[in-house]
Design a protein around this ligand. Sequence first.
Ligand code: SF4
Length: 310
Amino acid sequence: MRVVLAQPRGFCAGVVRAIEIVERSLERHGAPVYVRHEIVHNKHVVQGLRDQGAVFVEELDQVPNDAVTIFSAHGVSRTVEGDARARGLHVLDATCPLVAKVHVQGRQYAASGRTVILIGHAGHPEVEGTMGQIDGRVLLVQDEAGVAALDLPVDAPVAYVTQTTLSVDDTRGIIAALERRFSDIVGPDVRDICYATQNRQRAVRELCKQVDVLLIVGAANSSNSNRLREIGAECGVPSYLLASGNEFDASWVLGAATVGITAGASAPEAMVEHVINALRRLGPVDITTMDGLVERVEFRLPAELAGIPA
Ligand code: SF4
């Protein structure tokens, strides 16, 4: 069986930075350090950090006084930031700089008197954080039907921002619906959607031209991994999301000559290997990596952690 690996795939710079913040904090402050929410949406990553002494909590009231506290890559609301300050917690913020950029854009739009419309998925921590970072009125839309349901006059001054991990195409459809609906609307360039999301989605579209089946390595609750699976399905290729080789089902690749593999931005390469090993149990595999972008993006660590080995 031929296996073609997507390029790029897997960890993005925001995820690498978030994991390093936890590891270096443990190095600098010793265990335990508390992390609000899964640092990134991947159980293997979370378990690995737990084994090193990180404690994952959902809310700040589960964090003891004086503890080192890390905010996840998804970002948090201003209420959470304020609560941490009021408690005097030592906070290290692992919010991805690209998510923080969306917060800034949203705040600027709100400050200029516009109602901000956030395109994203209800209940996702990034969406909750972003809504709570923007003063003034923020409305969430998840799809084009949501645009039609907005209770705003056509000439209301509005602006949109987007969750970073959506499919570029989905976003484009919703933005077009917003532009049809409102006469006074502004928003960032769609190219502002995170570089890693765009690159992984573009790579999957290319990969789908070469493969019979697509396997996406990533967690069920990972937004960007789910989008990759949806894109594979849209391209007409049977596409399956699996967190590791343990979830592999041999019937998925029955009769397939070429299997494509990609990985969401929070999926470690070790899990890609794990899936390849599951394929190897069916017979010999010939692995190649598709041509594609080599990403060189790196985000700076918080000053107090720079220079500490991870
Ligand atoms: S997917 Fe994009 S926005 Fe999300 S953590 Fe990675 S680089 Fe940041």
